[in-house]
Design a protein around this ligand. Structure first.
Ligand code: 9MR
Length: 369
């Protein structure tokens, strides 16, 4: 064989393998380490943009509903359930052979006010609220028994300072509402995994509060498989060190970790958190990338994604799933939060549904772990 031929074959081999690597999906690259998922909306389930539905099916091994399984949509009135969207969502995941996660059973937000009041508008008694919670959880978990791998049983019960959020659930039942929710979910589907889910878990005081709650739940004999760290991040915060500390604390508490709602906002932020009632006034300075992201900022964002992803990989013995909160920059909730009408770039596919270049670098990183 001539040297030229050898060179051609080697180059071709190299090109083929580079191409194959570029084609690999994050779900494939993370297989055996953790599930890699995305939050989906109903347009995607309904195939309004077939490209998006196909990307979701191809690139991810697990899905979660961005909205349709929450208390308000599934249970808008005491004696009324709406299953249409949730049914379609679960069937969509099954069709794509994806692991389906349930989000979320008990949350102070996106829940009908009926849950907490009687016919005169007064707060119900603890017994009545417990019974309403039980019926809600039994209905939702029972309906998808055996089809949903695990549930975010309670969402966002803590303030960032580690105290309990003074939600209606807390006001009426005290912190025991969390224990009841886990008990009811376990009764409704004994095989389902059960999770506690929150944002800013990297805040040391909040993380300590969650760890204490996990210990109390375990002492009370409740099943709790994992804590979901939502991971709504910013280009500068939280630090990798603070994030790692939170992972260590959770690991020591004997629970697994899920990265449940990962995104990294590229925009300046007046607020670090995901409390959706926060809202700030629009200004051009707070929306600097309407015409595109400058290269230096894009590089900084890419590095941030890789630093965090590497941390997730480092803890893959306890991190069971990494889910990105939304497929593309077009549909991200961050275009409307905490300031309406901005243009953010926080997830892994761009506004043309193209995979961002950072994904190839993430795939390369998986080989190290
Ligand atoms: O992304 C969701 C957005 O479409 C909804 O309008 C919003 C309403 O509550 O909820 C968003 O998802 C939230 C998730 O359910 C819980 N953690 C914070 C998420 C972002 O607000």
């Amino acid at each position: 064989m001539k040297i030229g031929t050898v060179f051609a074959i080697t180059t071709l081999g190299l090109l083929v393998s580079v191409h194959a690597m570029a084609q690999k999906t994050l779900a494939e690259a993370t297989k055996g380490k953790f599930l890699f998922g995305v939050a989906v909306n109903m347009q995607q389930v309904n195939g309004v943009s077939p490209i998006e539905s196909e990307l979701i099916a191809k690139e991810f091994s697990t899905i979660v509903a961005e909205n349709c399984m929450k208390p308000q949509p599934t249970h808008p009135e005491e004696n009324k359930f709406n299953w249409e969207d949730a049914d379609k969502f679960v069937a969509f995941g099954e069709k794509n052979k994806q692991v389906v996660t349930g989000h979320c059973l008990i949350w102070h937000s996106q829940i009908g006010r009926w849950m907490f009041v009687d016919s005169t508008g007064k707060d119900v008694s603890p017994e009545v609220l417990k019974e309403r919670m039980r019926k809600h959880i039994y209905a939702v978990v029972g309906r998808y028994k055996g089809r949903v791998k695990g549930w975010d049983v309670v969402n966002e019960a803590f303030e960032d300072n580690g105290s309990y959020r003074k939600s209606k659930f807390y006001q009426i039942l005290g912190k025991d509402f969390i224990k009841y929710a886990f008990q009811y979910a376990h009764e409704a589907d004994p095989n389902a995994e059960l999770y506690y889910n929150d944002y800013n878990v990297e805040s040391p005081t909040k993380c300590d509060g969650i760890v204490q709650m996990v210990k109390e739940l375990k002492a009370a004999g409740c099943r709790i498989d994992a804590v979901g760290s939502q991971s709504h991040m910013h280009i500068n915060t939280p630090s990798v060190a603070a994030t790692e500390t939170s992972f260590k604390k959770l690991k020591d508490a004997g629970v697994h970790i899920l990265i449940t709602e990962w995104d990294i906002s590229i925009l300046p932020s007046p607020y670090d958190g995901a409390n959706i009632s926060m809202n700030f006034k629009y200004s051009k300075e707070m929306d600097p990338y309407r015409d595109g992201v400058p290269d230096s900022v894009q590089q900084k964002w890419n590095k941030r994604v890789l630093d965090m992803f590497e941390l997730f990989l480092k803890y893959n013995d306890v991190i069971d799933r990494v889910t990105v909160w939304g497929l593309s920059d077009t549909g991200t909730w961050l275009n409307g939060f905490p300031i309406r009408g901005r243009k953010d770039y926080p997830v892994l596919f761009d506004r043309n549904n193209q995979r961002k270049s950072v994904v190839d670098d993430m795939i390369k990183l998986t080989k190290k772990y």
